[in-house]
Design a protein around this ligand. Structure first.
Ligand code: CA
Length: 224
C-alpha cells in the first residue's frame, strides 16, 4: 500500500512518514498544497493524509480539485483544534475521515487502516488465503501458523496482493503501489521480489498469468 502525506509541519511530516514506513507502507510526502495536489493527481495512492492549513493551496481546495477530477482514494484530513467549520468544509470537499491536532500517531494509523479496509471491501486487518495469513496491522505474514520473515518490500507486495486477492494484478500496478517516489525502480524489478516471495511462502501460492501479471492462489482449492 502506498500513501501520500501532505503536511507543512516538517517534524510532524517526518515523524508520520517514519511511522508509516515502519508499519509496512510506501510513503511519499509533500510540504505544500501545490506539490500535494500534483502528486495526488499523478500517482495512484491507496490513501492520503491531508493537512488543511497548507502553503500555496489550502487543503480543502486541494481535495476539491482531486474529487472534481475523479480521484476516489480515501482521504483523512488533519485539522487545527476547535476549527469545527474546517471539518465541515473538509467533509463537504470529499474527506472520508478527520483527526484534530494534536493526535496520537497510533490513532491516525488505525483510522487509515479502517479506510483502506473499507475501500478494499474487507472487514478485518488480517486476511487469510488458504493457510496464508497476512496481518496488515502488525505488518506480518504467516504460513500455516508459522511466522515468515519478509523484507519491507516483500511485505508490501504480499499485502497488496492479499488485499486485492481474487484478481490478476499487473506488474505496473504493483510497481505503483509498493514503491515510493524516490525508489530506484530499475534495479529492483517486481519479478525479483515475486521470486523471493515465492521461496518464502511457497511457489504454488503466486501464479504468473502470462502477459497480465500475478495472482495469489489458494493451494487448498484444487483447480477445476
Ligand atoms: Ca499546516
Amino acid at each position: 500500500m502506498r500513501i501520500l502525506i501532505v503536511e507543512d509541519d516538517k517534524d510532524l511530516s517526518r515523524q508520520l512518514a517514519e511511522a508509516f514506513k515502519q508499519a509496512g507502507y510506501a510513503v511519499d510526502v509533500a510540504a505544500d498544497g501545490e506539490e500535494g495536489h500534483y502528486l495526488g493527481d499523478t500517482e495512484p495512492y491507496d490513501a492520503v493524509v491531508l493537512d488543511l492549513g497548507l502553503p500555496l493551496i489550502d487543503g480543502v481546495s486541494v481535495l476539491q480539485k482531486w474529487r472534481a477530477d475523479g480521484h476516489k482514494f480515501p482521504v483523512i484530513i488533519l485539522t487545527a483544534r476547535s476549527q469545527w467549520s474546517e471539518k465541515v468544509a473538509g467533509f463537504d470537499a470529499g474527506a472520508d475521515d478527520y483527526l484534530t491536532k494534536p493526535f496520537h500517531t497510533e490513532e491516525l494509523m488505525a483510522r487509515l487502516r479502517a479506510l483502506l479496509r473499507r475501500s478494499a471491501g474487507h472487514t478485518t486487518d488480517s486476511l487469510e488465503i488458504g493457510g496464508l495469513m497476512v496481518d496488515n496491522r502488525a505488518a506480518r505474514a504467516y504460513v500455516d501458523g508459522t511466522s515468515i520473515k519478509l523484507t519491507s518490500h516483500e511485505f508490501r507486495l504480499l499485502s497488496y496482493m492479499a488485499t486485492h486477492n481474487g484478481r490478476v494484478i499487473s506488474r505496473t500496478e504493483l510497481v505503483e503501489h509498493i514503491y515510493d517516489q524516490d525508489f530506484d525502480r530499475d534495479s529492483n524489478t517486481i519479478e525479483v521480489f515475486v521470486g523471493r516471495l515465492r521461496k518464502k511462502i511457497g511457489v504454488e501460492r503466486i501464479e504468473t498469468v502470462r502477459g497480465l501479471g500475478y495472482r495469489l492462489v489458494d493451494p487448498t482449492i484444487s483447480k477445476a
